[in-house]
Write a protein that binds this ligand. Sequence first.
Ligand SMILES: C[S@@+](CC[C@H](N)C(=O)[O-])C[C@H]1O[C@@H](n2cnc3c(N)ncnc32)[C@H](O)[C@@H]1O
Ligand code: SF4
Length: 394
Amino acid sequence: MPRQGSWSVYIHFPWCLKRCAYCDFATAVSLHIPREAYLQAILTELQMRTHDLQPAPIATVYFGGGTPSLWGPEPVGQVLSWLDRWGGLAQGAEITLEANPGAAEEGNLRGYLAAGINRISLGVQALDDRRLALLDRVHDAAAARKTLALLGQWVASGQLISASADLLYGAPDQDQLRLSADVDGVLGHGLPHLSAYALTVEEGTPLATRVERGLQTPPDDDLQMTMLSQMPALVGKHGLERYEVSNFAKPGHRSRHNLVYWTGGHYLAAGVGAHGFLPSDQGEFRYGNTRQHREYLGALGPDRASSLVLPEVLREHVTPQMRLPELLLTGLRLDDGLDLRTVERDCGSAGLHELLRRVELAKSRGFELETQGHFLRVAATATERLDAVIRELA
Ligand SMILES: C[S@@+](CC[C@H](N)C(=O)[O-])C[C@H]1O[C@@H](n2cnc3c(N)ncnc32)[C@H](O)[C@@H]1O
Ligand code: SF4
C-alpha cells in the first residue's frame, strides 16, 4: 500500500524535434515518432509494474520528457484512462504535461485539456531570440509569449488548475537585467508557478564541446549564485514565493507531484529512462529503465521478439543507510525544510538521533541550520551553501 494512501505516476516521453545544446536527458530526435507502439509499450509496462501493487487513487500524474506534447492527446488520454481503471484518478488529481512552445500550438493544447490534462509546464527557457538560438531551442520568443498568454488565460478562467514555465539562468550573454526581463515576461502573463534552473554544462553535450573549443563562454558560477539569490525578489513582484531552491509558486500552486519526490514519497514511473521508487514485500526499491528507445520498444513494444522483460538498467533495494543522504538532498532544498518525522520513519530513531548529533556539530562549525517544529531548515541566507551543508550532514 502506498504510504500516502494514493499514488503518483510519472510517464516519460523521450522524443524531441531537435536536441538542445545543453540537454543530457533521455531524449531521441526523430521526425518519425512511433506514437502508437510507444503507447502500447507504456501500457504494458504499467500492467507489469502494478501487478504487485495495491490499487489506490492516483493523486498526481506527470508526463515529462523529452517533449510529451509531441505524443498527441489521444495516447495521453489512453494512458489516463488506463490509470483511471487501475486505481482511479482521485478527485482533483493534478495531471501535468510538459509542453514546448512551437510543439504546443493552441489546437493541440486544447486537445490535451479534453484528454484530462489540467496543468501545463511550458519549457520557455528564455524570452530572447539570440539566447534561444545559442541554446539551439526550436522556438522563438514570440511563440513562447503566445503560449504563455494562452496558459495565463486558461488558469484565470479555471480551464487549468495551474500552469508553470521553466527558465534557464546564467546562459551565455545573460546578465541580471535580462534575467529580470525574462521573469517579468513569463510571470506578466499571470502564470502562478515558475521553475528556474542554473544552466549547467553536461559532459558530452554540444554545449560542452563548444565550451571546450573556446567557442562559447561557460556559465559564471558566481553570477549564477547572485541570480539565484535575486530570484525571490524578482518573482515576489508577481505574487510568487520560493518553496524549493529552483521553484516558485503563488499560494495553492506548488507542484504536488514534485513535492512527492522531494518529501520522500513513493512513485510509479514508466517509459524510456524513467526512474521509480516503490514499496514491495522485501522493502523499498528504486528502478531505472534503459535510456535507449529502441531497446525499450524491443522489450515492451507490440513488435517485440521475445517474452516480456522489464528493460531495467537499475534495481536496488533502498536501505535506511541509503535513505538519509537522499532525504537530506531533497528535503533541505525545500523552504519548509526536511520533515524529521520522515527521517525517523525511514531511518529509525537511531538514524534520527545520529542526524541531530551531526546538526549540532555542523552548527558549532558555523553552518546556519535551524529546527522549527518537526522541520530542519537551512537558513534562507545560506541557500548558496546548501551543497556544503548537505555534505556535512550526509
Ligand atoms: C529535460 S527538460 C524537459 C522539458 C522540455 N523538453 C523542455 O526542454 O523544456 C526539463 C527541464 O530541465 C532543464 N534542463 C535541462 N538541461 C539542463 C541543463 N543542462 N542545465 C540546467 N537545466 C537543464 C530545463 O530547464 C528543462 O526545462
Ligand atoms: S526539448 Fe527539452 S528534453 Fe528535448 S532536447 Fe531540448 S531540453 Fe532536452
